[in-house]
Design a protein around this ligand. Structure first.
Ligand SMILES: *Cc1c(COP(=O)(O)O)cnc(C)c1O
Length: 481
């Protein structure tokens, strides 16, 4: 598409009219915005024609690359039929076929698909389903109303999603309207809250959950978890067996397990869903980000037949799930998702991710040598690199120093787009990347880290001596396990 306005005009209009998400707009207004006009495969191009590797998969959504011919064709074909019709009281072919496909791929036991628009709504749906389920199943347990989650969890920006998170920075102003929950410490092995090491710790961090469930399961509706990786928390992988253990506890104490696969779903971890690594079937599962391959917004909440059945009854019994969005089951989104899923088969995406994740793991060893890299965490194509001031003491940089941000800006100058979470650099390449792309990404990352560290030392000439030379801790979770 040609833009009648020049880059300069667009930048000015952006500054004048737009409010960007998770962005300090004062700072934004002081620099010219990076305006992306097109993409191809793992690359994005800005309005001046500069090329960047998409190191975030456009915030964790893209899978088979940009402008993929088959996904584009699927959307165009649907557009020639109809763009949108309501799912309230009507149905449409792509949504029907996608539901069948999702159930085929999902962990055994999940049998129903409820559509919504994004990860937050998919989670909100899961919470509402869980509560309503306990009220109206054959032997009702209406006292089961509380949710348990990890203290560093992230489940979206809606009121339900925010309530299930311990991220003070994001949620402080909203605390008065958030509902109360039980939080448990996450399995953050690099900074273990219990000061243990895996595996000799025997996952002692789960003990408080067991105690809580034993004591209070009569009041607990569900345990909510991001399976395998607490993503927004800074790509924190859980130790092998952790998820399985949580599933066992939920079963023992008759509490639902809600898996938030919004970040981990669709091949990110080397399997279609992260739950598969530990043969876990959750009672409810939320998917979004990668569902359409990163082309249009679409999400789904998958439920077991047990949960679905509890909502059946005569209309007057008021067992209906009264929830839905204007764009529920949107045919364009569902067509894109069907094309996305069929590409997994055709391109053997999962096998390729597992192979390339091993290569990525080897490349990351170099990054782990950098003096300000404290921890490198990887699960498949999800990577977190935690920057620290002192490796031995694991001293974090003050967040106001914005080290992650500075490294990202240096990476951008070198042709790689990434977005950090505080001191954690996040690399989430599209699943379609080749080894050459990964090599380039890691080279740029390393150069960017070095450049920022050089600049920091130049500002504080005496700090050089204090750099710790100890070996960093590197935990690479083998996606094949
Ligand atoms: C991104 C994310 C969400 C929220 O999804 P949106 O589409 O941004 O609303 C929820 N849970 C997890 C684990 C996520 O990564």
């Amino acid at each position: 598409m040609k833009y009648s306005n020049s880059a300069k005009h667009l930048a000015r209009f952006d500054h004048q009219y737009v409010w960007h998400p998770f962005t300090q707009m004062k700072e934004w207004g002081q620099a010219s915005p990076l305006i992306i006009t097109r993409g191809q495969g793992p690359y994005l191009y800005d309005i001046d024609g500069r090329r960047y590797l998409d190191g975030t998969s456009s915030i964790w959504v893209n899978i088979h690359g940009h402008r993929n011919g088959e996904i584009n064709r699927a959307i165009r074909q649907q557009l020639n039929q109809v763009a949108h019709t309501t799912f309230l009281g009507l149905s449409n072919p792509p949504a029907i076929l996608l539901a069948r496909e999702l159930i085929r791929l999902a962990p055994t036991g999940l049998s129903r698909v409820f559509y919504s628009d994004d990860g937050s709504t998919a989670m909100e749906v899961a919470l509402k389903m869980a509560l309503q389920y306990w009220r109206q199943r054959r032997t009702p347990r209406p006292k089961k109303k509380k949710f348990v989650h990890l203290s560093l969890a992230y489940h979206g920006d809606t009121v339900g999603g925010m309530s299930l998170s311990g991220m003070e920075l994001f949620h402080k102003p909203f605390r008065p309207i958030l509902f109360s929950t039980h939080q448990i410490d996450p399995p953050y092995c690099y900074r273990c809250p219990l000061h243990f090491t895996f595996p000799s710790c025997q996952m002692a961090c789960i003990d408080p959950l067991e105690q809580l469930l034993r004591k209070d399961h009569h009041h607990i509706a569900a345990v909510v978890i991001e399976p395998l990786v607490q993503a927004v928390a800074g790509m924190i992988p859980s130790p092998p067996g952790y998820l399985r253990r949580i599933r066992e506890l939920c079963t023992t104490y008759d509490v639902l397990l809600i898996a938030d696969e919004v970040a981990t779903g669709f091949g990110r971890t080397g399997k279609m869903f992260a739950c598969e690594h530990e043969d876990v079937t959750p009672d409810l599962m939320a998917v979004a980000k990668g569902l359409t391959g990163g082309y249009v917004p679409l999400a789904a909440t998958l439920a077991t037949e047990e949960i679905f059945q509890a909502f059946l009854g005569d209309y007057a019994e008021r067992k209906t799930f009264f929830h839905g969005h204007s764009y529920t089951g949107n045919p364009l989104g569902c067509s894109a998702a069907l094309a996305n899923l069929s590409l997994f088969k055709k391109d053997r995406t999962l096998g390729k991710v597992r192979k390339n994740a091993a290569v990525l793991g080897r490349l990351l060893r170099d990054v782990a040598q950098e003096s300000i890299v404290g921890d490198v965490r990887q699960c498949g194509f999800m990577v977190g690199i935690e920057l620290v001031k002192d490796r031995k003491l694991k001293t974090p940089f003050p967040l106001t120093q914005r080290m992650g941000h500075h490294v990202s800006m240096e990476a951008r100058r070198r042709g790689l787009l990434i977005r950090p979470i505080g001191n954690v650099l996040v690399l989430m390449p599209p699943l379609c990347v080749e080894v050459t792309h990964l090599t380039r990404m890691i080279k740029i990352l390393r150069d960017a880290i070095r450049c920022v560290e050089r600049k920091r030392l130049a500002k504080t000439p005496n700090s050089k001596k204090t750099i710790s030379r100890s070996k960093p801790m590197t935990k690479i979770i083998n996606p094949k396990r």
